[in-house]
Design a protein around this ligand. Structure first.
Ligand SMILES: Cc1cc2nc3c(=O)[nH]c(=O)nc-3n(C[C@H](O)[C@H](O)[C@H](O)COP(=O)(O)OP(=O)(O)OC[C@H]3O[C@@H](n4cnc5c(N)ncnc54)[C@H](O)[C@@H]3O)c2cc1C
Length: 449
């Protein structure tokens, strides 16, 4: 049974999860990673036509995954009746493997943004909304997008969101622009979860927004273009720039109720914020494997030696090992805290993982790129694409700085206590000077030889 669980977490993982983890590992290593190039080949490079279809290899992998019992593992135990019964910790260990392959998360129906969107529907949707949208998402029959970010405002502060939502009779009418709508390019994407401003005059800036369900084929929606990430278009998923012009949706599509948008987006990004971090650990592991592959290549011997014989390279390997293992503990700690007290009580741990892991993974991937020389930045290894993907995690779900500011503010709440503690210790030291009848001597520069 799985020997890859850090000792610190092993007792918290059920036997069923340990067995499933082994099945995930085998499925990813033997079925998904080898299928990644097929996925890209099936997308093709036919310009705009590539957005009309999706790689069918994914359908075969989905069938296999379901047979193996690998499906929707992200929905945490105890919170949702639809959950297959794993804790966030257990899913975190599985997600690490999923992060090693382009197709794996989707093959087991654990891909973003559907995961966060399913959580929104499971947590806040009414029965009719669940039946219409959650069910086909849970069954992997359709895909979805979450539309919050807008091109004309600083979206990291979501009070700025301005897509207008006006109620007219039994309908809401939507007007405005959205971009970075990830997943909107996929022909299977049938539902947009849209955040807009429904009550701009509300005195409480956190009650001005609402979240509404908009079927992707609603008249008035135009996909203007797909945005690139460092030149990658991420087809068939894509990142859309969309315009809404007098888009009408029934009032019954409102989630939770008007003015509840902030509540929903905050609830959406609890565990979801660390799913990316969990997968990024897997990406870092994969980069390290590629680095090992390159440095042991006996056909490449710069200055008469294989790369593994150059001291600095082994140092990169060692540092990468340490950094990945340390970052994994941060992620698993956040998952354990969510399991114990819920996402609200684990905001600090979630933010720590959200900020630390992508930076760590970027460092490891960069070392692997460097070890490959020119090939590292080319299409001949997965490393360049992985770097571009992971780099976006420092922005997506809120930029690092926003999380750091909140972490810093909270940490600084201890400022008064820290000051009092140091002053108290200084006072005791003064008393000790008197007790021992010694004078003040600072260690260091003043000491005479
Ligand atoms: C690949 C990718 C996928 C995405 N997918 C989605 C999606 O599916 N749905 C969606 O709605 N959005 C998505 N986004 C958008 C993402 O969430 C936003 O880009 C992010 O929240 C930042 O908003 P912004 O781009 O408007 O930048 P701005 O808000 O303009 O911020 C710009 C920069 O200002 C700095 N900054 C902001 N606040 C502070 C602060 N408090 N202190 C110091 N500096 C600060 C940060 O460095 C920040 O990067 C995606 C983005 C990318 C790159």
């Amino acid at each position: 049974m799985s020997d890859k669980i850090p000792i610190i977490a092993a007792d918290r993982v059920s036997d069923h999860a340990k067995k499933t983890l082994d099945i995930v590992r085998k499925f990813v290593e033997e079925r998904c990673i080898p299928a990644d190039p097929i996925f890209h080949a099936q997308i093709g490079d036919d310009g705009p036509a590539k957005w009309d279809h999706y790689p069918t290899v994914i359908d075969d992998l989905k069938k296999e995954a379901r047979k193996l019992g690998l499906w929707n593992m992200f929905l945490p135990k105890g919170h949702y009746k639809e959950s297959p019964g794993f804790t966030n910790l257990e899913y975190g260990l599985m997600a690490e493997y999923l992060g090693k392959s382009r197709v794996a998360s989707e093959a087991v129906n654990c891909a973003a943004p559907d995961t966060g969107n399913m959580e929104v529907l499971a947590k806040y949707g009414n029965e009719a909304q669940k039946k219409q949208w959650l069910k086909p998402l849970m069954d992997g029959e359709i895909r979805s997008a979450f539309l919050m970010t807008e091109p004309d405002i600083a979206s990291s502060d979501a009070t700025n969101i301005k897509l207008s939502m006006k109620q007219e009779g039994n309908e809401w009418v939507l007007n405005g622009d959205k971009w970075w709508s990830s997943g909107a390019g996929d022909p299977r994407c049938k539902i947009y979860i849209v955040m807009g401003k429904s009550d701009p005059n509300n005195k409480d800036p956190y009650r001005q927004q609402s979240v509404i369900l908009v079927p992707a084929d609603t008249p008035g929606i135009t996909i203007n273009r797909m945005l690139n990430v460092y030149g990658y278009d991420d087809a068939p998923h894509g990142h859309g720039h969309l315009t809404f012009k007098n888009v009408r949706v029934p009032a019954s599509n409102m989630v939770l109720g008007p003015g509840r948008g902030f509540e929903i987006i905050q609830g959406r990004l609890g565990p979801g914020r660390i799913h990316h971090a969990m997968r990024a650990i897997g990406a870092a592991e994969k980069a390290l494997e590629w680095m090992l592959y390159r440095i042991n290549d006996s056909t490449k011997t710069p200055f008469g030696k294989q790369l593994k014989e150059h001291g600095v390279i082994l140092e990169w390997v060692a540092k990468s090992r340490i950094e990945i293992d340390a970052a994994r503990l941060i992620v698993l700690n956040a998952a354990i805290k969510i399991d114990a007290v819920g996402a609200k009580g684990a905001l600090k741990e979630i933010a720590e993982a959200k900020v630390l892991v992508p930076s760590m993974a970027l460092t490891v991937i960069d070392r692997a790129v460097q070890s490959f020389g020119g090939a590292g930045v080319s299409q001949d290894t997965p490393l360049a694409n992985m770097w571009a993907n992971i780099r976006t995690l420092r922005l997506a779900d809120g930029p690092d700085e926003v999380h750091l500011q909140q972490l810093g503010k909270n940490e600084n709440k201890r400022g008064r206590d820290a000051t009092d503690n140091i002053l108290r210790q200084k006072k005791i030291t003064e008393e000790l000077y008197a007790v021992y009848n010694v004078r003040h001597i600072q260690p260091g520069p003043q000491a005479k030889l």
